[in-house]
Design a binder for this molecule. Structure first.
Ligand code: CO
Length: 297
């Protein structure tokens, strides 16, 4: 049985514990948090039309991480040089990380805006590893996965793409996505995507500019059926040079011209995947994984 005195003692003890933990929390909150930030890395583009897409990515990232400072870097030396001539200064990933280290950032989450984990992504990874743990610089830098990495990414992207087909597209029409493609083993993501798309919609095709499958492989399949119209859409982050020239260009070797020469009615859609917020969200999920790994609040 408790006496009143015992209860009083017990509550005094509880009060002490509460006071102690309150002062402990206050103390850890006054300790200045490490400066953290985000570095978004794209191949880059010199087409002014792509600016809106980059802006859309930044706005989505800003909404997901309102406390974080966001910086940009382009991996393409050719594009950085071209932009510099126009008076636009965009850093390389190494330049951006060196600057952030100099400005006191302790943890930097680098997000690749690439589509597959190919050569571009691997090179970026090397840079990020090299800038992680530099004395008096960045203590920890980590790289977020490209759009397609986990098995669930391929599933998620398939769902989003099929949900957002051109609004006037009918079941009598076909759509061909233009992927970049590479000689790197990560090219397997393209035939993998085609497999997933076909499970849900046999009218959707995917070909690449520099890898497998090629446009000819897709044309062979297209020719087996009669289509009212064929849509072309970039399976790329932005609708840049490949989309505007290799896909929709007026030259006879563009995909649009090749398909038109075969008698197809063709409509090119000039928007990048990063124009769709639901797709940007997949990149943001990868950025969130990095934040968790680095224990940034
Ligand atoms: Co290219």
């Amino acid at each position: 049985m408790f006496t009143t005195n015992k209860i009083a003692n017990a509550s005094k003890f509880a009060l002490l514990i509460i006071l102690l933990s309150v002062s402990f929390v206050a103390k850890s909150e006054t300790k200045k948090a490490d400066k953290t930030g985000i570095l978004l890395v794209s191949f880059g583009s010199s087409y002014p039309e792509t600016r809106a897409t980059f802006k859309n990515i930044e706005e989505n990232v800003k909404a997901a991480f309102p406390e974080q400072e966001i910086r940009w870097a382009y991996t393409s030396k050719f594009i950085r040089k071209k932009l510099r001539k126009r008076g636009e200064q965009i850093d390389s990933p190494a330049e951006a990380l060196a600057k952030m280290g100099e400005e006191g950032f302790k943890k930097v989450a680098v997000q690749s805006l690439h589509v597959i984990p190919g050569e571009e992504y691997e090179n970026l990874k090397k840079t990020v590893v090299a800038f992680s743990g530099i004395p008096k610089g960045i203590e920890e830098a980590k790289l977020g996965a490209p759009l397609l990495y986990h098995h669930t990414d391929v599933q998620a992207l398939t769902e989003v793409l099929l949900r957002n087909l051109p609004s006037d597209m009918t079941t009598k029409d076909a759509l061909v996505f233009m992927g970049h493609g590479t000689q790197h083993t990560a090219n397997v993501y393209y035939p993998a995507m085609q497999y997933y798309l076909w499970q849900k919609n046999p009218n959707i095709f995917l070909a690449t500019v520099e890898g497998y499958p090629e446009l000819d492989d897709v044309i062979e399949k297209l020719d087996q059926k009669k289509w009212k119209k064929v849509y072309l859409m970039p399976f790329m982050t932005i609708a840049g040079d490949h989309a505007r020239n290799d896909m929709a260009g007026e030259d006879s070797d563009s995909w649009q011209s090749q398909l038109e020469a075969k008698g197809y009615e063709v409509e090119s859609v000039l928007s990048g995947m990063a124009d769709q917020n639901e797709i940007v969200q997949i990149w943001i999920d990868h950025l969130k994984e990095v934040f968790q790994e680095m224990n940034i609040k």
